[in-house]
Design a protein around this ligand. Structure first.
Ligand code: ZN
Length: 300
């Protein structure tokens, strides 16, 4: 049995399951201060006999295994979590292999192995909620360089009628600053859920999402784009606007049916629904277990 932690800014989803993505048990724990939150997580996992745990964390985090700070949360404004040694703490408590990556990379893995991209060798998973982030799988591997990608913070062209200044504390009107859930709320003065019937809101949101997707398509050329996160999952009326604006922005530059008549099966919601992330953490757990087994064999 494997454990998975999908660590978000407001709650931790913890689950126990199998390497085939089956979830056996799950619990939600509110995100408070790190020591308090992690203590509850450990208490939960101690009820089970686990072989490994996978963590998909809100970020940014250090995902470079060669760094001393691998497995720590880095630049979050969230109280108490900055520089928190997330991976090491869980490892010290549970004394089993622990896999670690971002929440969106975990969700990308989940959809890659068991969801929308399971027959492909590349995909992009993007979440649009409190924040915006994306994970990319290229030629069967999660894209990782100096850092994990931070695709929510790219710059996009502002709509000429949009006077909202932007919500990102680092860049103001980057993509996340213009299109995250909090940005929608600040621009329109109401929560996204209370704006569901106002077409103008979703047309603008679709316009911004389409611009970002056009850039990812031009740079990474993913074979499938999966859009999750609260804003998109709860407001599916944004999809037709995305399908309308992506071809407008691309302007027939690339001739693929994915960018014209088959777009609704190219840019899709997660097949695993809200479980994409937590199922991905079970994959991270399994990978950590496999890596530990392989290195054990090398040593012996
Ligand atoms: Zn930003």
């Amino acid at each position: 049995m494997l454990g998975g932690i999908e660590a978000g800014g407001t709650k931790f989803v913890c689950a126990v399951g199998k390497e085939d993505g089956t979830i056996i048990d799950r619990v939600e724990i509110p995100t408070t201060m790190p020591d308090e939150t992690i203590e509850k997580v450990i208490q939960y996992f101690r009820q089970f006999s686990l072989q490994a745990i996978g963590i998909g964390s809100f970020g940014p985090v250090d995902t470079d295994k060669t760094n001393k700070t691998y497995g720590t949360i880095t630049a979050t404004p969230k109280a108490g979590w900055r520089h928190y040694p997330f991976l090491q703490t869980v490892k010290n408590e549970m004394k089993i292999p622990v896999g670690f990556n971002t929440d969106v990379n975990a969700a990308a893995l989940g959809e890659f192995l068991f969801g929308e991209a399971k027959d492909l060798d590349s995909c992009l998973y993007m979440t649009i909620g409190t924040g915006i982030g994306a994970g990319a799988i290229v030629e069967g591997r999660l894209l990782q360089g100096l850092s994990h990608p931070e695709m929510g913070h790219i710059y996009i062209r502002r709509h000429p009628d949009d006077v909202y200044q932007g919500k990102c504390p680092y860049h103001k009107d980057c993509f996340e600053g213009l299109a995250s859930g909090p940005a929608i709320e600040a621009r329109w003065g109401k929560k996204a859920a209370d704006l569901a019937h106002i077409n103008q809101v979703w047309e603008l949101e679709g316009y911004y999402i389409a611009q970002a997707l056009a850039q990812y398509i031009l740079i990474l050329a993913p074979k499938k784009i999966i859009l999750g996160g609260g804003v998109v999952m709860n407001q599916k009326q944004v999809f037709p606007y995305i399908y309308q604006y992506v071809p407008k922005i691309m302007n027939s530059y690339l001739n693929f049916s994915e960018l014209s008549e088959s777009m609704s099966s190219y840019i899709v919601p997660p097949r695993l629904g809200r479980n994409a992330g937590i199922i991905g953490t079970l994959v991270l757990a399994d990978q950590a277990l496999q890596a530990e087994t392989a290195s054990g064999e090398v040593r012996s």
